[in-house]
Design a protein around this ligand. Structure first.
Ligand code: NOJ
Length: 548
């Protein structure tokens, strides 16, 4: 099918997300770097990607692996130099790929010169650049522990929504906002193609908290429930849009845990601020509230997962949706969404079919295209991820045994997504010639890019086929989404329709055969599936795209 439809470049092609620390190390220090990214651009291009989102590469003490920034307009020497970055932009551009930066504007590192100055006294020029209070409250930070930290020099507490080392910036101060806009504009001048905006729902603190803050009335004490999506936040965001985004051919995607579907028109599209919004409803479907307490998770009900996806599709019918199952904060999707005992390769391909089958821009997270699965460390000390340690301590404080607490860490740890990329079957999967900062997954001899390159039935080659299919198929690009049989707990079936043309996607989430409702076919034929042959029912973990 040919394309006569006009589409923005960022709607047409998938985005590939890179966690640079774990991508490819060319220097031998055990940590991935920008030259590693440059050397793998052809791999990324082979997936049809139009952009690469790089998680933070700025100078940072790395307490939260780069989300604690100590200089917004430089490159962390761990990852390379500004010259490497410029070369990356140029080499990517030569392949028609844009580089998208991560803006972490809710907080900085506690080692940022702004914070060092701010904390030095109550009357320095930056005294008001962070959120300082005389009293603390019972709020619990997102990584566990109090959301307030005592500062001896000022004799006050500062607020940190995330780790102690990540103090929240005070967006009420116009100088703070201007400094952040200047930083973003610095990267636009260097030629970046867009931004992913981190933790954006927390930038505005409720007015009533300005002179002191109340305790959380709910037992969880989660800071999220006290400050997320505060009235007035959109005024700040519209200013960010005016001062930075407007007038550039870029795309923006905000990270926004718990923006309600009915509020989406205020956030994305014509009237909104961003082009897309990462919301969490489908990836947090196993949690009760915006605040995801790992040890309070429940098994996923397929009908709830489908509802979350369908609600998001409906809410973005007039705008656009970033489709994702994985990122650097989530467990690997094969483990997360498919029942224990599912064939891993079939499951990876089935999720890929949904990723490319829904309406929106598919975001592929490094390793997802190779079918990576969760890792497993036996002791909490082996985990690098700061949130894993917080979640472990919280579970222990709630009375779980060490063994039970570990079970949840193994299941949800962000390190599951952060093990090094597996490029080939040589030592350390070809990721580094040094000692990798996090152990390589022990399946690397069979699950790696080189092995999958040679196997036409690999997950990697399946991704390539799907990406090519989507970019040449108007129905997959823009067709209307409709879910069928929403109540079944076995199958996910949806259609995409454009005029007379129809695509049907059917996925079996169980480990047994399931009959397909006859009437979904309506003359449709199989276009692509994760089994090579075809039956009139779906086998374990089978996923098929049909079209008329
Ligand atoms: C969301 C990022 O994706 C995550 O990795 C980080 O820890 C928090 N925001 C804090 O910046």
């Amino acid at each position: 099918m040919n394309q006569k439809i006009f589409m923005n470049w960022w709607k047409k092609n998938p985005v590939y997300q890179i966690y640079p620390k774990s991508f490819l190390d060319t220097s031998g220090n055990g940590v991935g770097d920008l030259r590693g990214v440059i050397s793998k651009l052809d791999h990324i291009k082979s997936l049809g990607a139009g952009a690469i989102w790089l998680t933070p590469i700025y100078p940072s003490p790395m307490v939260d692996n780069g989300y604690d920034i100590s200089d917004y307009t430089a490159i962390n020497p761990l990852f390379g130099s500004m010259a490497d970055f410029d070369e990356l932009i140029a080499e990517a551009r030569a392949r028609d790929i844009k580089i998208v930066m991560d803006l972490v504007f809710n907080h900085s590192s506690d080692k940022h010169p702004w914070f060092l100055e701010s904390k030095s006294s109550r009357d320095n020029p930056k005294a008001d650049w962070y959120v300082w209070r005389d009293e603390k409250t019972n709020w619990r930070g997102i990584f566990g522990g109090s959301a307030w930290q005592w500062c001896e020099e000022r004799g006050q507490y500062y607020l940190h929504t995330f780790a102690t080392e990540q103090p929240d910036l005070n967006w009420e101060n116009p100088d703070v906002r201007q400094a952040l806009y200047d930083a973003a504009n610095f990267w636009l001048k260097r030629g970046v193609g867009g931004f992913r905006i981190d933790a954006i729902v927390y930038i505005k603190k409720p007015e009533k908290f300005l002179d002191g803050a109340p305790d959380s009335p709910d037992g969880s004490c989660a800071v999220h429930n006290m400050i997320a999506n505060t009235d007035g936040i959109l005024d700040f965001l519209h200013e960010l849009k005016r001062e930075v985004f407007d007038g550039h051919d870029i795309f923006t995607v905000g990270e926004a845990n718990s923006v309600k579907p009915e509020d989406l028109p205020e956030w994305v599209g014509e009237r909104g601020v961003f082009d897309m919004l990462f919301e969490f409803s489908h990836v947090n479907v196993m949690f009760k509230r915006g605040d995801d307490v790992w040890h309070q998770s429940k098994p996923i009900k397929l009908s709830e997962l489908k509802k979350a996806l369908s609600d998001s599709q409906a809410a973005t019918r007039d705008s656009w949706y970033p489709i994702y199952f994985e990122n650097h904060d989530k467990p690997r999707s094969v483990n997360n969404f498919f029942p224990h005992g599912s064939d891993k390769i079939l499951a990876a391909k089935a999720l890929a079919i949904i990723l490319f089958g829904l309406r929106g821009t598919p975001f592929i997270y490094q390793g997802e295209e190779l079918g990576f699965t969760n890792t497993k460390f036996n002791s909490i000390d082996e985990y690098d991820d700061i949130s894993s340690r917080g979640a472990y301590n919280l579970a222990r404080a709630d009375g779980l045994s060490a063994k039970e607490a570990m079970r949840f860490v193994q299941k949800f740890s962000r390190d599951n997504a952060r093990t090094p990329m597996q490029w080939n079957s040589s030592a350390n999967a070809g990721f580094t010639r040094g000692k990798p900062w996090l152990p390589v997954h022990d399946d690397f001899k069979t699950c790696n890019a080189a092995v999958e390159e040679r196997d036409e039935n690999s997950v990697l080659n399946f991704y390539r086929r799907l990406s090519a299919l989507r970019s040449s198929n108007d129905v997959l690009l823009v067709g209307e989404y409709e879910e069928l049989y929403p109540r079944t707990e076995e199958l996910f079936i949806f259609t995409r329709t454009l005029g007379e043309k129809k695509i049907i996607v059917a996925v079996n989430f169980t480990t047994h055969d399931v009959d397909l409702p006859e009437k979904i076919f309506d003359g449709a034929k199989k276009i692509l599936g994760n089994y090579s042959d075809e039956k009139n029912y779906l086998r374990a973990t089978e996923a098929v795209i049909y079209g008329n």
